[in-house]
Design a protein around this ligand. Structure first.
Ligand code: ADP
Length: 852
């Protein structure tokens, strides 16, 4: 603190009375202030003062201030230290007080006390650090010798301390840089001295005296340190010995480990880590960051929470596959065979995947589009992704994105958070250990959004070939090259994928399977897989195709094959029990042959008893015969059929029509029901309909009302005003599922036309199409899924908008052959096709009109 230069203090100083510690010029002291007078000084002088001068106070040592401000001022020490108040910290606990940080400037003596309250102020005389003191030395040689001696001791003392501690190293530098006359005060306040000794130094106003008095204190400290080092030495030797024998000790499992050893071991680990970092192939930028971090780690005490954090970070950096990759072995012919072997049908998908792979074979660093398979669950999207990895000979990693609503899930947390970790992309790379895996981003349509940011936005960077060569995870904080990673995404619907993300991907629709395809998939893939999983062989179980068809139509209703797979699993489990029991029985008669005849008899009778699977299906065949799963066995294992062909039953009264709906889970048939009752012309809609669907219902009613005469549609009392004294209720089962979209328009019209005409809609016809107020039928989406759903449900005729005719080409020939398609461009055509014998205007009615 400006130790060498001259200082001029004010001639009047407010006095702070301390009784603990002695502040010497050039040193800093923290002192607690709680007596009334001192508190007043802090409040009205230090906290209110605005000039630098107001922060200069006189610190008078060895004087305890009375606890009450009414008491008289005690006698004050004659000499004090003028000080600069550097910091004031107030606190209310345990009682109101301030903590002052003061730096000593110079000595002064009190000439006269000017006032005592609210805090003492005195007229003072500065004793050192004045212009004349700094320039004028008494006798240069005498002081020179003294100061030289003092300096030597001071250096000796400082060098005995641990120079690796930054504060000690700084002190060593200060010894050379500070003026000699400042040193006695500074060193006295650093070394171990009593308050009394410090007071003596304070009182030694003459520099010569101060040097003389400080030297013995330094010598005492040096001797003390020497003694301390002597007593520590043997222990250090011990340490060395321990280090020397450590390799053996490890083998002989001597349990004792001292703290020092542990630290040393840890130090070894850090050195190893550093070595790994230097030899790893990480990018230059990453290497720079790692080396900086390891430097910090070396200086950090292990107990610091940041130690573990930094270490984990460095370990991750070393583990990441910066430059490690697998070699692609890509041969298109082999890939085609592999894809065909693993997956039945899905021709369009396989064709596109092969194109994609072929281009990759020709151009290795393809910045191609990201493929996104969109389709209902269980149609093999994930498993195609896995096959692609297999054909390329790459590692495969699936990242489930369903429900992820925090962008740090993708991009990682910043390392400032406790428990921060990298995002799923970097974690995936660490798991697979190579930088060119196939990453399957599963369920991109189910990404959430929350206050923690939009994960879809984070994915944009990952999926953009122009950007992802320098993807920066928040945890890593250095760029990682993702350009070698092959990303494939899957989704159930494109409707909920954010548009920007959708834009980065090439959508490949994977529609549901037809019944025939499902049978093939079951027999080629699912059944063999289930048999293997359950330890069964084809000699033990036989599932004929009719049974598979029964499972598909009566026990499952899905676009994919997942539920079918589960049902097959249940059958295999039941058969496994039978087979295991059979083996058990098989072994017993062997033993019976040895001589236990009676036992054998018992088993023969037991076998004859009907058992769970066998009672109706006669499955109690000898174990070596395959167990045949027929419909009876199916009922036994899976229970009564869950879905019956209910179509004709439900269409047995007017006011019901079958519509076709598209859902992310595939197509579905949908019964639309209508009823009418006396009322005031209100329309009630139930079944959780969206706005578009409600509007379709209004459109349908309006169109029918305007055409009521033409079609001879009447309300209950025979009036053409259909809503006159009539309420209409339209219901769309299943009531709990939210529905929306325009494609139910034609179905609502048909259903209401049936209601008002009292005629039944044909029981084998389903329909889809949007309507307009003028009675036109407009095209809709999802035709393929809808047609498959109708086919699954056993319907025969399907009414679709004429402009959707082109979509029929995508549908398998065998399905098309089973169905009759009616193309409709206006509602007249729809109604004509939906009712037996058409729905044209009856000539009878016209005749009646003419009579009137
Ligand atoms: P998704 O990802 O579309 O929900 P999965 O890929 O998980 O469906 O497929 C479910 C199961 O169905 C898997 O065991 C898969 O092998 C099987 N699978 C689906 N489609 C086919 C197919 N065309 N050929 C063979 N197996 C299939």
């Amino acid at each position: 603190m400006a130790a060498g230069s001259a200082i001029q203090i004010p001639s009047r100083l407010p006095l702070l009375l301390t009784h603990e510690g002695v502040l010497l010029p050039g040193s800093t002291m923290r002192t607690s202030v709680d007596s009334p007078r001192n508190m007043q000084l802090v409040r009205s002088r230090l906290l209110k003062g605005t000039s630098l001068r107001s922060t200069i106070i006189g610190v008078i040592p060895n004087t305890s201030d009375p606890t009450s401000d009414c008491d008289d001022l005690p006698s004050l020490h004659r000499i004090g230290t003028a000080a600069l108040a550097v910091q004031v910290v107030g606190s209310n606990w345990p009682k109101p007080h301030y903590t002052l940080l003061v730096t000593g400037l110079c000595r002064f003596q009190i000439l006269q006390l000017l006032k005592e309250k609210p805090y003492p102020v005195a007229e003072v005389e500065q004793l050192d650090r004045l212009e004349q003191f700094t320039n004028q030395h008494k006798s240069e040689e005498e002081l020179g010798e003294l100061s030289e001696q003092f300096y030597k001791y001071a250096v000796q003392l400082v060098e005995m301390l641990d120079m690796s501690v930054p504060a000690v190293a700084k002190l060593r530098r200060l010894l050379d840089n500070l003026p000699r006359e400042a040193l006695p005060d500074i060193l006295t306040s650093i070394i171990r001295t009593s308050n009394q000794e410090k007071l003596q130094i304070l009182d030694a106003v003459r520099l010569e005296e101060r040097f003389k008095m400080t030297i013995p204190l330094l010598v005492r400290q040096i001797e003390g340190l020497k003694l301390l080092q002597k007593t520590r030495k043997p222990k250090q030797d011990d340490d060395k010995r321990v280090v020397a024998i450590r390799p053996n000790r490890r083998i002989s499992h001597i349990p004792s480990t001292t703290e020092d050893e542990e630290e040393e071991e840890d130090h070894d680990d850090v050195v190893m880590l550093e070595k790994k970092i230097r030899t790893s192939s990480m990018s230059e930028q990453a290497l720079k960051v790692c080396l900086k971090e390891i430097k910090r780690l070396k200086k950090m005490p292990q107990s610091m929470p940041e130690y573990a954090l930094t270490r984990n970070y460095l370990e991750l950096m070393v583990e990441l596959p910066w430059n490690k990759s697998t070699k692609d072995r890509l041969e298109i012919r082999a890939a085609r065979i592999l894809l065909d072997n693993d997956h039945y049908a899905m021709e369009k998908l396989k064709k596109r995947v092969l194109e994609y792979l072929a281009v990759r074979q020709l151009k290795n660093n393809l910045k191609g589009p990201i493929l996104c398979f969109v389709g209902p669950p269980g149609v093999g999207k994930t498993s195609v992704g896995r096959s692609i990895a297999k054909t390329l000979g790459r590692e495969f990693h699936r990242i489930a994105l369903g429900g992820v609503c925090d962008q740090s899930d993708i991009r990682g947390h910043r390392r400032t958070y406790v428990g921060s970790m990298p995002g799923r992309i970097i974690n995936g790379l660490k798991t697979v250990g190579v930088n060119n895996p196939v990453f399957l981003l599963d369920e991109v349509d189910k990404l959430g959004k929350s206050l923690q940011g939009d994960p879809a936005a984070a994915l944009l960077e990952v999926l953009d070939p122009e950007q992802n060569h320098s993807f920066t995870d928040h945890y890593l904080n250095v760029a990682f090259d993702l350009s070698q990673v092959l990303f494939i995404a899957t989704a159930n619907t494109t409707a909920t994928i954010p548009p920007a993300l959708l834009d980065r991907m090439e959508i490949i629709q994977v529609p549901g399977y037809t019944q025939e395809e499902k049978i093939e998939i079951a027999h080629r893939h699912l059944i063999p897989k289930q048999l293997e999983q359950h330890g069964l062989t084809p000699q033990q179980i036989q599932i004929p195709q009719v049974t598979t068809l029964d499972i598909i139509t009566r026990y499952t209703r899905e676009a994919g094959v997942r539920s079918l797979d589960r049902k097959l699993g249940a059958i295999c489990r039941a058969v496994a029990v039978k087979v295991a029991e059979g083996q058990h029985k098989e072994t017993k008669p062997d033993r019976a042959e040895v001589g236990e005849g009676e036992d054998c008899k018992e088993h023969v009778t037991e076998d004859a008893k009907p058992e769970s699977i066998s009672d109706t299906a006669d499955l109690a065949l000898p174990p070596e015969m395959p167990i045949l799963i027929d419909f009876h066995a199916l009922k036994d294992i899976l229970g009564p059929p869950m879905y019956e062909m209910e179509v004709s039953e439900r269409l047995s009264q007017p006011g019901v029509a079958i519509g076709l709906a598209w859902t992310p889970l595939g197509g579905e048939i949908m019964f639309v029901e209508a009823s009418r009752m006396d009322g005031e012309g209100q329309l009630t809609l139930t079944g959780q309909l969206g706005d578009v669907m409600k509007e379709s219902a209004h459109l349908a009613i309006s169109w029918l009302r305007s055409n009521a005469k033409r079609y001879q549609l009447t309300n209950a009392s025979g009036s053409f005003d259909l809503l006159d004294n009539t309420d209409i209720h339209l219901h769309f089962p299943a009531g709990a599922v939210t529905k929306d979209g325009p494609s139910a328009g034609v179905t609502i019209v048909t259903c209401l036309a049936s209601l008002f005409s009292g005629r039944l809609v044909c029981s084998d016809v389903a329909m889809t199409g949007e309507i307009t107020l003028r009675g036109l039928v407009l095209p809709v989406g999802g035709i393929k899924d809808k047609v498959l759903a109708a086919h699954r449900a056993g319907l025969k005729r399907i009414i679709i908008p004429r402009r959707n005719e082109k979509d029929l080409e995508e549908i398998a020939v065998n399905v098309r052959q089973d169905l009759t398609f009616v193309m409709a461009s206006c509602l007249d055509e729809v109604l004509n096709a939906a009712f037996d014998g058409g729905f044209a205007v009856k000539p009878r009615v016209e005749r009646l009109n003419s009579k009137l």
